[in-house]
Ligand binder design. Structure first.
Ligand SMILES: Cc1ncc(COP(=O)(O)O)c(C=O)c1O
Length: 489
């Protein structure tokens, strides 16, 4: 018996592969005609739950299960009217790149090979985009949550020195600062770095959702007076709830004066640097010590593709380099290749994420990606204007980038509950998928326009559907509207 997993005759699998590619292109080509999302029926969940398959199942049958049980019930973020959370829309070239990367099955933890050169190129482009020096270091990771963790760890090493890796933080008294609107992964990063969530001071925001610098100054002074050791300030370029961008230049000045590490969470906002129209909003990002962001959000690269870039490469290597192993690396052969990615982050085995970034940026061009970001901001401005015109809608936050928070208003009843129900109505009807959040204590329907496929018509569909669902729920129109809502699928 031949133990290899390769087929004895390639023609059958080859034909199936061609069918898969065709089916997926069909899916992308027609996805606008289908619902944004549909709930997964219990029967389909039950069918997926199977005992460990001991015996082989033909690939065509497994593929058929994928088509029946998985494809129809995916997240929906490919769809132009998916506006929930901050999800990227992916792209067909990135999809093909994923296939090619799996074909090579490269391990990018280290060694001397071309896939690592591709990742180095991607990091160099990221540095160029941010206005960082060309010798900045960086690495691709799953997402900004992990990229932020790496930022915190590098800042910790920069403050306490590399000995922290052996000795731990002990009673170092390190404290960090970020805005009250910062993403929840930052307290988690402090927790995972052994510093504790309470050592992250959440600084109040102004009316535009930006960290208040006067509050930051006051809090740092208070901590210094208390004998603590401020080491890090984290600015946000595009807050998750409303899209606010902190005063990055002001934070850079302050961090420089106080000798704090300046990290920026630019999960989606950093990509604004590719748009001449949006770039001024990020002024100061080029002065950060490190920036975390995602290619899988505004840059439309398929999941997952997070990135951390560090201005001073030595600090990143000090934090993760395996006991100076990088200095001992061989000069020749496959074991050569200089600094390996495993010296720049916590992962040893790593896949070829870089290929989908490299191919997406190469094929579409960085300017086009920047133009998509700018276009989604224009669509958000249009949505905000329409909300402002509608007497039954109320906008709950300023629109700095591409996120609009609003709600349906009614003279009586629980508005928070009403708007949660409206968002779920739209999702379950497959019309649009906004998410919800809380702004100044009020439940908001939150539309994050991230997808390159979203058009003006999609914005109109969202608003019309919110109005219709709100009116049905507040009984301002006959009950038959419920049927109409479903018919809009
Ligand atoms: C501002 C911000 N930071 C961090 C994250 C977490 O990013 P990821 O989901 O890629 O880990 C998000 C996700 O939306 C975000 O908006």
């Amino acid at each position: 018996m031949n133990d290899s997993l390769d087929p004895a005759d390639w023609s059958g699998l080859r034909a199936l592969g061609h069918r898969m590619v065709d089916d997926m292109f069909d899916h992308l080509e027609t996805l606008r005609d289908g619902p944004v999302w549909r709930p997964m029926p219990e029967a389909a969940r039950a069918e997926l739950r199977q005992a460990l398959p001991r015996d082989p199942v033909p690939a065509a049958a497994v593929y058929d299960d994928f088509r029946r049980l998985v494809v129809p019930y995916a997240t929906g973020n490919l769809h132009p009217r998916f506006m929930g959370w901050v999800h990227g829309g992916g792209n067909p070239v990135g999809m093909l790149a994923e296939f090619l990367a799996a074909g090579l099955n490269a391990n990018l933890g280290g060694r001397d090979h071309a896939p690592i050169e591709v990742e180095r190129q991607v990091i160099a482009w990221a540095a160029e985009m941010l206005g960082f020096p060309s010798d900045a270091s960086g690495v691709l990771v799953t997402g900004t949550s992990i990229a932020n963790l790496i930022g915190v760890l590098v800042a910790r090493t920069a403050s306490l020195g590399p000995s922290v890796r052996r000795r731990g933080v002990r009673g170092s008294g390190l404290v960090a600062y970020t805005s009250a609107a910062a993403h929840g992964c930052l307290p988690r990063a402090m927790d995972m770095a052994g510093l504790g969530r309470e050592a992250l001071r959440l600084i109040a925001c102004d009316d535009d959702g930006r960290m208040r610098l006067d509050e930051l100054v006051r809090r740092v002074q208070q901590d210094l007076d208390d004998g603590l050791r401020p080491f890090l300030v984290v600015g946000t370029a595009g807050t998750v709830d409303t899209g606010a961008v902190d005063d990055l230049a002001g934070l850079a000045d302050f961090a420089e004066r106080q000798d704090l590490w300046f990290h920026i969470d630019g999960a989606y906002g950093a990509i604004a640097a590719l748009s001449p129209a949006l770039r001024p909003l990020l002024t100061g990002i080029e002065r950060a010590d490190s920036v975390a962001f995602d290619f899988h959000k505004w840059a439309q690269v398929p999941y997952d593709a997070g990135c951390i870039v560090v201005r001073d490469a030595a600090r990143q290597i000090e934090t993760f380099g395996a006991e100076a192993a990088y200095l001992r690396r061989e000069q020749r052969g496959l074991a050569g290749g200089g600094v390996w990615p495993c010296d720049l982050g916590p992962d040893l085995s790593r896949g070829f994420r870089a290929l989908k970034v490299w191919m997406t940026v190469s094929v579409y061009g960085a300017d086009r990606i920047g133009a998509i970001a700018a276009r989604t901001c224009e669509l958000a401005a249009m949505l905000a204007a329409r909300v402002d015109q509608e007497p039954d809608l109320q906008r709950l936050a300023p629109v700095a980038l591409n996120i609009v928070c609003f709600r349906f208003i009614a003279s009586s009843g629980n508005l928070d509950r009403l708007n949660v129900e409206i968002a779920a109505d739209l999702q379950e009807a497959g019309i649009a998928a906004p998410s919800t959040t809380t702004v100044n204590g009020a439940l908001a329907i939150r539309a994050a326009i991230v997808n390159h496929r979203t058009s003006e018509a999609d914005i109109a569909v969202l608003v019309d559907a919110v109005l219709k669902a709100g009116r049905v729920r507040t009984r301002c129109v006959p009950a038959r509207e419920t049927q109409m809502l479903k018919a809009m699928r």
